[in-house]
Design a protein around this ligand. Sequence first.
Ligand SMILES: [Zn+2]
Length: 473
Amino acid sequence: MKIQRLLIGYLWIEFVVFQTGFTQSFYKDSIMIRSIYDVALTQGTCYHHLYRLCKEAPARLSGSANAQKAVEITYEMLKAFKPDTVWLQPVMVPHWIRGDKAICYNVKNKKEKYNLIALGGSVGTPAGGINAEVIEVNGLEELEKLGEEKLRGKIVFYNRPMDRRIIDTFHSYGGCADQRVWGADEASKYGAVAVLVRSLTLAADDHPHTGVMLYNGENKIPGAAISTKDANHLSAQLKKGSVVLHLEMNCKNLPDVKSYNVIAELKGSEFPNEILLVGGHLDSWDNSEGAHDDGAGCVQSIEVISLFRQLNYQPKRTIRCVLFMNEENGSKGAREYADEALRKKENHLVAIESDRGGFTPRGFTVEGDDGKKEACMDALREWKHLFAPYLVHIFEYGGSGVDVSKLKGQGVALLGFIPDSQRYFDFHHASTDNFENVNKRELELGSATIASLIYLFDQYGMHHKEKELQLPD
Ligand SMILES: [Zn+2]
């Protein structure tokens, strides 16, 4: 009986090892990844780092004093882990200020007020404000139909909502963001005097969400967002008859300011010239603590250094943590980083960005240059089962991140860390994006997931060598 049982046990192991292709490296890697998660969940530093970044340097919009403070704080945080190198990469960034006026009310009924937030980069209104009739549109496409005759002298109100049926909320966001970014520029071509944009969120609440807007044309008109509840209210008022709004804002652009990307590096012992980048962006909007966007991505990137240090892990390749400045309104930090990498002929193997909030990890998306993204996807497919115990299962082609995507063309596989997206746009660019709305455990799981993938790239590069290491007969 006993022998029979032993035999069955032995045959089962044989089956697992030889039939399913599990290998020595699978066991080694699964143990290492388990250790990474264990340390992240029991001795993690990222939540405390996020607290410091949010409370000591909230509202760290590029060019602001708090953005400079964020540079100094994160430089110190990284230095504490004694990486091989920590440095600041200088870069000139835009300096836009919101001012202290954001007034919006119905001229015929001054008690009917709208909670307004200027879009980043917007010009102010003329002193004393604007009084103009509002015209609602469902997106940029409607402008041409209406033409100058209907739009001249008006405030154009973009009210296309995010599509609730789309499960990945980033796709839903992508379907509406053009209203915010190009709405004013497009409307100005038809003689409009200002634009209001429905906030880009699925939540029905009173918080207006800011975000960048851009001008191409010479005729710059102001742009602002109102909350989804206010947008619904304004739309209802317009159905009853004409609405004339008073709009007043004193935001403005100041001359560019010197700022920095913050960078730290663990030097590789075998392939020091092969760089594995992990990063997020240090700047945030000025109306919140920038906790999910992108304090979370910064502290998770710092945590990769921290975890490897705590585990006494000596990387084979160079692991570089990059905290980019100015993602929100210019991407000057990412451009400077990519330009310098090109000048120095640096060899980035992969670049992973975390900029989708500090929520429960789901996986990674991959893009990049031909050959690289496919090789990366092959490796991910091979490693996928290592992430299954942590409920991380998305490994697919898709956008990476605004910052790392500037490395396109340099032969790099670009990855985006994908946390669950359902709640991100509740907070994105709103005054509610604060430390208290980040869950400690979810943030830590994200750090561990990113560090685990960096570990695998460090061990194998883009060559998933498991098959070569199969157990002998
Ligand atoms: Zn962001």
